[in-house]
Write a protein that binds this ligand. Structure first.
Ligand code: NAD
Ligand code: GLY
Length: 367
């Protein structure tokens, strides 16, 4: 078992990583103040892990809240159903909400915790690779709007993050790959040696080697904790965590939520950010190809959807949260391992990036 810390003064919290952690009652109880707990989960994860988590909460009054599964349900209606369940079971301000599931459950349960009776305690128990390396850490919570991803929400930090790596054994392979997009992201934005490690270990990760997974999760969470500790509210460096996300969110919104997985859209979006960085002369064609090959080896799409034109991207990108005073800001790479957030690029470079042909990158042999 390994423990990291997110350092945010009085809102600091531990991230604990290890196998079978959901069976360790004490890891939960030390973060629970009152007697009431609500476990927010979904109808895929509940049959797998809800009973085990409930057993670890013996002695508490537990309300399970089982949501419909899927990004398409990350909306007001589902959020309202969480409040309905909390009020029906008379949860008071001392209650603790536990999110058991992937990023969709975590983001919605966190937003419910931020707003129920103006804020109650919250524990993240992430069960997808993506949520273990990214969404459960850092306090971004929220729901989608039909016009834009994650447009309604709040910054609200959990009391603790409990990462049970053994839950990944039931995760579909496509979802594991989607999580690897965010793992590779950390290498690209701030940890070039980690890219080398990933090149050596991507096959073990896809084969669910627990030691490799623990190391990838530990390194990813350490990078995220560092960035969030330096810039909790995203006034600067935290925006670099969104490499590929501006292009990716456009893909997710255009295709319809849930058609492309978040990590898949981030992967294709990252390839577009790499293309733009190369066109600006910041990275070489060989560096671009190295990163694209790693994403492809992780089982991820590296070509944007064929049905999206440049105008489609521009329309969706105009509502990105990084747009300030009407100016689009993008996360690009100065080199592998160093990201910048910038609005300082010629419009023609963005347009040529959106119109580029990505098929040849995808067809190059993997290194
Ligand atoms: P998800 O929550 O939809 O989970 C993916 C699928 O795996 C779902 O069908 C889920 O039910 C299932 N599942 C979860 N755990 C499982 C397990 N152990 N075994 C079998 N099936 C399991 O998707 P995700 O990729 O975890 O998260 C994506 C969401 O996270 C998006 O909404 C995205 O916007 C959000 N996100 C948030 C942040 C943040 O900082 N808050 C960061 C990145 C992504
Ligand atoms: N996933 C981006 C962030 O947490 O800031």
């Amino acid at each position: 078992m390994q423990t990291l810390q997110v350092d945010l003064g009085e809102r600091s919290y531990p991230i604990t990583i290890g196998a079978q952690l959901i069976d360790q009652a004490e890891l939960l109880s030390r973060h629970i103040r009152g007697k009431q707990v609500a476990i927010v989960t979904n109808d895929t994860v509940a049959p797998l892990y809800l009973e085990r988590l409930k057993r670890s909460l013996a002695g508490y009054s537990v309300t399970p809240v089982v949501l419909p599964d899927g990004e398409a349900h990350k909306n007001w209606e589902t959020l309202q159903s969480i409040f309905d369940a909390l009020l029906a079971a008379r949860h008071d301000r001392n209650t603790t909400i536990i999110a058991l599931g992937g990023g969709v459950v975590g983001d919605m349960a966190g937003f419910a915790a931020a707003s129920y009776q103006r804020g109650v305690s919250f524990i993240q128990v992430p069960t997808t690779l993506l949520s273990q390396v990214d969404s459960s850490v850092g306090g971004k919570t929220g729901i989608n709007h039909p016009l834009g991803k994650n447009m309604i929400g709040a910054f609200y930090q959990p009391q603790a993050v409990l990462i049970d790596t053994a839950t990944l054994t039931t995760l579909p392979a496509r979802e594991l790959s989607a999580g690897l997009a965010e793992v590779i992201k950390y290498g690209l934005i701030c940890d070039e040696p980690f890219l080398g490690w990933l090149e050596d270990n991507v096959d073990s990760l896809r084969a669910l080697d627990q030691q490799a997974l623990t190391e990838a999760i530990r390194r990813s969470c350490a990078a995220k904790a560092r960035v969030v500790g330096a810039d909790e509210r995203e006034s600067g460096i935290r925006a670099t965590l969104n490499l590929g996300h501006t292009f990716g969110h456009a893909i997710e919104t255009h295709q319809g939520y849930g058609v492309w997985l978040h990590g898949e859209a981030v992967s294709a979006g990252t390839v577009m950010a790499l293309e733009m960085s190369r066109r600006l002369g910041w990275i070489s064609a060989a560096e671009q190809q190295r990163a694209v090959s790693l994403l492809a080896r992780a089982g991820l799409p590296v070509v944007p959807p064929a049905n999206m034109r440049a105008e489609d991207f521009l329309e969706h990108m105009a509502v990105d949260k990084k747009v300030l005073d009407g100016r689009l800001r993008l996360v690009l790479l100065k080199r592998l391992g160093e990201a910048v957030v910038t609005s300082d690029f010629p419009r023609e470079v963005l347009e040529s990036t959106l119109n580029a042909n990505y098929d040849s990158l995808a067809q190059a042999p993997s290194t």
